[in-house]
Design a protein around this ligand. Sequence first.
Ligand code: PHE
Length: 338
Amino acid sequence: MKDLETVREEALSEIRRTKDLQELQSVKAKYLGKRGVVTEALKRIREIPPEDRKEYGRKVNQVKEAIEEAVRKREEELKREEVEREILSEWADLTVPLQNTAGSLHPITVTLRRIVDIFRGMGFTVEEGPEVELERYNFDMLNIPEDHPARDMQDTFYINREGYLLRTHTSPVQIRTMLRRKPPIQMVAPGKVYRRDDDPTHSPMFHQVEGLVVNEEANFRHMKYVIESFLREFFQTDLPVRFRASYFPFTEPSAEVDIGCVICGMEGCRVCKGTGWLEVMGCGMVHPDVLEVCGVDTDIFQGFAFGMGVERLAMLLFGIDNIKLFFENDIRFIRQFS
Ligand code: PHE
């Protein structure tokens, strides 16, 4: 009986001194576990003279209950302390006036502005179009027929309203601008676009800048000059630029524009996949059918267009290797662009 009283006191004081839940668990096991002190005491009831067994059993059970109760209480306390510690470490007084509160521009904003400013300097106007776009402007009027692979459900986010979708490129702004204004046109259209794509270099939402020039003498050489001048201004170096024959339904002829890899200096690296070249935009002479559905007289006018991926250019400009960094809004990342 004396021993049991000591066991109880020792147990309770050990429980009180535990510092975390793990420690509490091991103290609990020491007394109440399969081989625990109290459990063993209960087993010893057979060694007790029959006339004392009742009293002994009662006492052991009392000790057991007291320990169980103390463990429960301590557990609650420890849990509460843990939450408090967490709150304290994460606590911030949002009413304290901050020093150095100047924010910084998001790297995509920095890049967009840089692109648009260069084209403004070349006399381009800036146009905008909606992100929820007519299927007709995003596809049909751009000469992308119903059965074109770009229309596949894989690429396009459709919305549950017949005839509308999330624009997959900024090219519908070409259509909107030509429907609204008579040539000469010399515009860029920055904005968000959406595609069902998601990996380290593709995001379901990203930005493009579209360019469109329509006048009486727009030609491929003119386009080449504009794009090369832009790229050299953007990267601030006299980098190699090449035009590679390609295909877009809304331009003919079409080309893809490559620049000498700015990451490895054309030695061949992971980013340029060992080729020394990086694709940065698509372009071409606007298909006469596209001009005509927009009411542009193709006996008088011709045009060229181009479209570039802003995230891609930003990644190359700043040496960023994962597109997701742009959208996580980690302040430590964003701050590097102030
Ligand atoms: N819209 C094309 C794309 O998203 C790019 C492009 C724009 C190509 C204008 C040619 C002319 O891939």
